[in-house]
Structures are given as structure tokens and as C-alpha cells.
Design a protein around this ligand. Structure first.
Ligand SMILES: Cc1cc2nc3c(=O)[nH]c(=O)nc-3n(C[C@H](O)[C@H](O)[C@H](O)COP(=O)(O)OP(=O)(O)OC[C@H]3O[C@@H](n4cnc5c(N)ncnc54)[C@H](O)[C@@H]3O)c2cc1C
Length: 474
């Protein structure tokens, strides 16, 4: 059989159900399709680096990667017709845009004679398995996690030992450099310094975390100046790493006595699973708050505040450090993600979807499911979210999680020599201390763009309004 394997956000060879099945059925042409007319994002940089790596690996196995550009159903129909394919296999994805692509492929007339098969997405379990006693999807994470722990996670599939292609890939493929993925990513040098994408790098990162981080994960994971988390999110989002492979690697390390208590880390992997599960069952959550009262929320238009937030000029050092880390490295530590998201939503009253869009453009680990869950969680509009009225105080968070200001000093260098008591609130430092540190408030570093207490009261008033409406309507 001649099978096209359509690669998507599954840029790896291990535990790749579509590739595995195609390899056992006969000849294989692996294809990646770059979307047309797309403004490149930081995660596109990650994808293009991963494609370079995947290309090398597929070539070694015997079936070089073909890169094409366009609308997937059209490109694949044309390719299958021209090269006489019998079948087309791909791994499913759960986000609405990818699901629409899958539907148009399954309905494409030109592919009617072809055996099209959709395999499982990069999840621990088929999302239709876990249901409440009443047969509904879970809305509460605790119950979901309990139920997940009772399941057996399937074993990851091996890498095919060899592949054979039936076409001359070089003559068919376009060059990666010619695609929209590569063009005009403004900050790719700093991303290059921060990350090594690709399947092999994902294994190295796991080993590094197993040997240096997982056993102190609970103690260290909340401190942004410390390398205390796995830093695997980019590998998981691009599919460089299979979630099942990671799950079983953790369990193996546990059984070999290397990781006596893996549950806290596995629980975070379950949050990812919950995000995918929710997106699968409630596809409009990328745009719509899960709690309907939030549809009435009176978001503010504040272009200046939004720009200050994006550029890390809010006058709240932890928020500014996070936003500058994001721009420079394409990531933010989870604790700081929560703080910057909360600041945008609750201190500036800017719609969470605007923040989610900025994260889509700038995160190397951008993942539509995790990002949506993260923003709805912080906004309080998700099913199992932080209550809206719990408003992070960015200064208190800074004092607690970056007590000596190491993280702030790294990302906001104009504050680097401020002594510890003032690093969290530079505008309150005495004049002589500021002079000594070379800080000029409102010249080299801004004073806070909002007053915390005033912003807090305004946010609570806005919430009381929608809450009142809900109570009034019930
Ligand atoms: C506003 C907001 C937006 C976010 N956007 C994204 C995103 O686009 N992509 C993304 O992968 N994560 C996102 N997260 C979740 C989390 O911040 C990152 O997964 C984590 O910081 C990645 O670092 P790590 O790999 O070192 O995490 P670790 O702590 O080592 O966790 C291991 C893995 O578990 C998963 N995970 C951990 N925490 C969460 C969580 N809260 N929700 C879902 N999965 C989780 C991730 O796949 C992560 O790689 C977001 C969180 C917030 C609050």
C-alpha cells in the first residue's frame, strides 16, 4: 500500500500512531503542510526548527519529508492524485481549526477512493473514555484527575525501524526557507539561544529534569528564578515528545527508585490532559467564557495599558520581568504567567482573549488548549477556575516568589542594582537609594500605571455587576 502520512503538531517518530501503522502497511510519503498567508509566530520558529530535525531523521529511515504549502485538503488531494496514493493517515488534533481541516479532508471528493484514517491525538487517553457517573464530561479537575488515575495509560509505540518511499521527495518538496514559517520572525536569535527544539532534544530535556528537577519539583516549581520545572512544554506542544512516552518514562523512573514521588508532576500532565479534554468537549471555549455570566463583563478599551503590558513597562517589576522574559525567550514561568494574566484581566480590565492572542503570537510553547484553560482559569470564567474575586497582588507575589529579586534583576536590568527592600516597589525607594542605583522613576523605569487598591476595587465592582445580573436573572 502507498500511504501518505500527514504530519501536524506531532513532529516526532516515536509513538506516532499514523506513521507506525503506515510503516507496517507498505510504502510511505511523510508530508508537512505549511499554512498559507500566516504571520509567523514564536511557535512557528519552534516548528520550523523541529522540521529540520524531523527531515534528517526521516531521511535516515528511508522516507524523506515532503514540505508543501496551502490548504491541507486541496494540497493532499492534488498530491494523492498526482502520485497515486492508496491511503492517507494522520493523527487527530482537538482544536476547532484542526478539526475543521480534518472534516474537509474526510469530505474531499477528490479523496473518495482513498483509505483515510484518523489516529489518536497526543493525549494520554481517548477523551471519550472519561465521563462522570451521569455520563457527562468532567468539569472539575479533581474528579477528572481521580478518574484518570484509575485508567491504564496505553504504552507508546516504537519508532519504525525503516521506511520506503515511492516518490522522489526532493523533486516534490519546497524548501523550508521559502515558506511563511521562516519569514520575518523578528526575535529568532534570542529564541535560538534559549531553546533546542526537536525530538532528540526533548529526550535530553527529560533526562536533565529527571536527574536534576523532578524530585524537588514541589519545593521549587513556584520560583521563577530557579530552573525548577521540566521546561518540556515546547516539546509537548509541537509533538516533539509524546505525552504517553513521557508518562511512562516517569513511571519507569519511579519503578527504578529514581523518582519516589512522581504524582505532583504527573498531576500537571493531567492538567494538560484536562485542557485538551475540555477543548474537545467544549470547542467554543477559545472564544467564549465557560461561565455565561462573563458574557456580560464590561471589559475596558485601554490601548496604552495594553502596550505597556506587552512591552513590560507597567511599573510592577514582576509583571515587567515576565513580559520581557516572554518576548526574549518565548516563554514565561507558570507562576509569572498567572500574575501577568491576572494583571491584564483584573488590574487593567482588558479582555482575556486579547491576552491569549498575545501569548499565541509570542509563546514558543503556544498550545491552544493549555492557553485557553490558563486564561479562563485566571479570569475566573472557566468551570474549575480561580474565583474571580481572588485578585493577585503583583507586589505581594513578587515578594513571596522572587524575594531577593533575582528574576527581576535578570529581566529588568535597569533595576539590577536596587537593594532588596525596594526591588519590588522601586517608586517607593528614597531618592538617594534610587540615585545610587541609577534609577530615575518615570525616566529609566515607570511608576505603576495603576494603583493596586484602586484597580482591585474597580475589578471587584465590575464582577459584582455581572454577579448581580446573574442573580437577578435566576
Ligand atoms: C495564562 C496562561 C497561559 C498558558 N499558556 C500555555 C500554553 O500556551 N502552552 C502550554 O503548554 N502551557 C500554557 N500554560 C500552562 C503552564 O504555564 C505551562 O505549561 C508551563 O509553565 C510550562 O513549563 P514547564 O514545561 O516547565 O511546566 P512543568 O511545570 O514542568 O509541567 C509539565 C507539563 O505539564 C503541563 N502543564 C503544567 N502546568 C499546566 C497548566 N497549568 N495547564 C495545562 N498544562 C500544564 C505542560 O504540558 C507542561 O509542559 C499557561 C498558563 C497560564 C496561566
Amino acid at each position: 500500500m502507498k500511504t501518505i502520512v500527514w504530519f501536524r503538531n506531532d513532529l516526532r517518530l516515536h509513538d506516532h500512531p499514523a506513521l507506525h501503522e503506515a510503516a507496517t502497511c507498505g510504502q510511505v510519503v511523510p508530508i508537512y503542510i505549511v499554512p498559507e498567508t500566516k504571520t509567523p509566530t514564536a511557535s512557528d520558529w519552534w516548528i520550523s526548527e523541529s522540521l529540520e530535525h524531523l527531515k534528517e531523521q526521516l531521511e535516515k529511515l528511508g522516507a524523506p519529508l515532503v514540505i508543501l504549502q496551502g490548504e491541507p485538503a486541496l494540497v493532499l488531494t492534488e498530491f494523492a492524485f498526482r502520485h497515486g496514493a492508496d491511503s492517507l493517515f494522520f493523527n487527530g488534533q482537538v482544536d476547532p481549526i484542526s478539526r475543521r481541516e480534518e472534516t474537509s479532508l474526510l469530505e474531499a471528493e477528490g479523496l473518495s477512493g482513498i483509505d483515510i484514517r484518523r489516529f489518536e491525538p497526543n493525549m494520554l487517553l481517548d477523551p471519550s473514555i472519561l465521563k462522570t457517573g451521569a455520563g457527562h464530561p468532567y468539569k472539575v479537575f479533581g474528579a477528572f484527575w481521580k478518574s484518570l488515575q484509575q485508567q491504564t495509560i496505553p504504552w507508546p509505540l516504537p519508532v519504525p525501524t525503516s521506511l520506503t518511499s515511492w516518490i522522489d521527495s526532493d523533486a516534490t518538496s519546497i524548501l523550508l526557507e521559502e515558506t511563511d514559517l521562516r519569514s520575518s520572525i523578528k526575535w529568532d536569535t534570542s529564541l535560538q539561544e534559549a531553546w533546542t527544539p526537536g525530538e532528540f532534544a526533548s529526550f535530553n530535556q527529560w533526562v536533565h529534569f529527571k536527574d536534576n528537577g523532578i524530585n524537588s519539583y514541589v519545593r521549587r516549581r513556584d520560583f521563577p528564578a530557579i530552573d525548577g520545572t521540566s521546561r518540556l512544554s515546547g516539546y509537548l506542544a509541537s509533538g516533539n515528545m509524546s505525552i504517553r512516552a513521557l508518562w511512562h518514562a516517569v513511571r519507569r523512573a519511579q519503578s527504578e527508585g529514581e523518582v519516589p514521588q512522581p504524582e505532583p508532576f504527573l498531576r500537571q500532565l493531567a492538567w494538560r490532559e484536562f485542557a485538551y479534554y475540555q477543548l474537545m468537549h467544549f470547542p467554543d471555549i477559545t472564544e467564549r467564557p465557560l461561565r455565561s455570566e462573563f458574557l456580560q463583563f464590561a471589559w475596558r478599551e485601554d490601548p496604552e495599558g495594553l502596550l505597556a503590558w506587552k512591552e513590560g513597562r507597567t511599573g510592577f517589576p514582576l509583571v515587567d520581568a515576565g513580559m520581557r522574559e516572554l518576548w526574549s525567550t518565548g516563554t514565561i514561568h507558570n507562576r509569572v504567567r498567572m500574575v501577568v494574566a491576572s494583571f491584564l484581566i483584573k488590574h487593567l480590565l482588558i479582555d482575556w482573549r486579547i491576552g491569549a492572542e498575545w501569548f499565541r503570537e509570542t509563546l514558543v510553547d503556544y498550545d491552544v488548549a493549555n492557553n485557553t484553560l490558563g486564561w479562563q482559569w485566571v479570569a475566573g470564567s472557566g468551570f474549575d477556575a480561580a474565583p474571580y474575586f481572588r485578585i493577585f497582588n503583583p507586589t505581594a507575589q513578587s515578594k513571596k516568589f522572587d524575594a531577593d529579586g533575582t528574576y527581576i534583576r535578570k529581566w529588568v536590568p535597569e533595576l539590577a542594582t536596587l537593594p532588596k527592600p525596594f526591588i519590588h516597589e522601586p517608586h517607593l525607594a528614597p531618592e538617594d537609594v534610587l540615585t545610587e542605583a541609577g534609577v530615575l522613576i518615570d525616566k529609566t523605569y515607570p511608576s505603576p500605571i495603576v494603583d493596586h487598591s484602586t484597580a482591585r476595587t474597580r475589578a471587584l465592582d465590575a464582577y459584582a455587576f455581572i454577579k448581580g445580573k446573574k442573580e437577578g436573572s435566576s
